[in-house]
Structure formats: structure tokens, C-alpha cells
Design a binder for this molecule. Sequence first.
Ligand code: SF4
Length: 271
Amino acid sequence: MNRRLSTVFAGSTEELCALDHASTFQLVAATILSAQCTDERVNLTTPALFARFPDAPALASADLSDVEVLIRSTGFFRAKARSLVGMAQGVVGRFGGEVPSQLEQLVTLPGVGRKTANVVRSVAFGLPGLPVDTHVQRLSLRLGLTAETDPVRIERALNAMIPASQRGAFSLRLILHGRATCRARGPRCEWCVLADFCPSAPAAGPPDRRRPARPASPQRTSSEFSGDRGETLHTAPNGTSTKLMPLAGNSDSKLGIKRRRPAQAAFLTAG
Ligand code: SF4
């Protein structure tokens, strides 16, 4: 599966990371800002923030109000400003100005949870780390990788399936695939490179592999709509329409995804 996704989302963990940064410290700060915010918005915000506060010592001594002004557009700016300054003070005060690489130490920093810590470990340090965000949660369930819904349990389940050296890149590829194709509402199964072995794919059959994955559109397109009964109509480029009806007892039922076979982890190594 990772190999299949890498044909669409190529590159190393560092290259797959969408957050602009020039140091490990800046990656931590950018990841904190990315909560409930798009990477694009974060990347528009951090140049001014990092120009004024480029490293931990600078941000540790910043006035909260100055930071708030600079990050306001990312949302939850007061809480994020407290996390950023607190994180910087923690790095300076407890770790000698260097961001630690151990997960147990990272999560002691304000604003740094397990997901952020795993981003930092995998992207900045090249260490095993599998961030589980909302996309990884959703795709893990749809792909039948695990029935767990708790992020920590999902991380453990996926860790058991993925070689340590590939965990970070696999997570980032799932995130990118979740944004572009396996979207929360209106997954584009007809474009999906995983459709031939995804248990949630429509029963119509595998996709035409010659079709490239299309980027996500911020707007719902005219090729998709949800009907009164919750069904979703997918219209392929050739004009063929497929109506997907919701199934009872399926967490994705409102999305009209049918599970066509039981969960299976073995296909992680397929393709
Ligand atoms: S086939 Fe559909 S549900 Fe399965 S991973 Fe692809 S887009 Fe998601």
C-alpha cells in the first residue's frame, strides 16, 4: 500500500511534509499552528513569525500579544500563542535550547501532543514516528487496517504493520491521500489508486489505473452531490454515474461507502 501511494505521493518524509520550516524548532512551531488550520494558511503565517522570532530563545522572551498578532489568521490564536511561547521556554529552560528527539520529552512541551511529536521525530530527526491525525484515523478505518478509533491505539496497530523506517512517510502519504482523494465527504473512489483492494471501495470494480489522482477541490463539484436519503452520486469523467447508498451500522454509511469484504491487514504490503 505504501508503495502504491508513493507512486502518487513520492519523496522522503521531509519532502512530503507540507509545512515550511528551516529548523527543527520552526517545524515544532509550524505544527502547533497547523491545529485546526490548513498547511497553506500556516505557510502564509510563519514567514513573518519566524522573521521576528526565528529560534527558541527569541520566541521564549516574546510578548504574547506580539505573537498573537502574527498568528491571528491561523485561528485559536491566543491558545496557540501561549503554546508557542511556552514551548520555546521549555526548549530553552529544560533542553538547553535544542528540541529533544525523544517522544516522552517532546510531549512535555506545551502544545506538543503525540501527533506533533511524531511529526517532529519523523520529519526533523528521521526517527520512527507515525502521526495519527483525522485523515489517518479515517483512512485506517476505511482501508480496514484497524477497527480502533483511538489515535494511540491506531498508531500502535499501524506500527505493527509498517517498518519503522517507513512510518512517517506512510502517515504523510495517508494524510495527502485523505485530502486529495479519500476525503471525509465524497471520497473519490473512482480515482483512487487503492480502490482495487480497499474494502470500502464501491463494488463497481477497480479504477482505471491510467487516471492520475486529482487534487482536492475546496468546493464540492457538480460531479458529486448527496441526495435526500443520504446517497452520493459519483460521476466519472466518462459520464458514468454511480449511486452509492448508505449502509446501516457502518461508520461511513452517511458517505455511501459500501464495505465489500472484511478488514484485512495483509494487503498493506500489496502493490
Ligand atoms: S477506494 Fe475510496 S474509500 Fe477506499 S481508500 Fe480509495 S477513496 Fe478511500
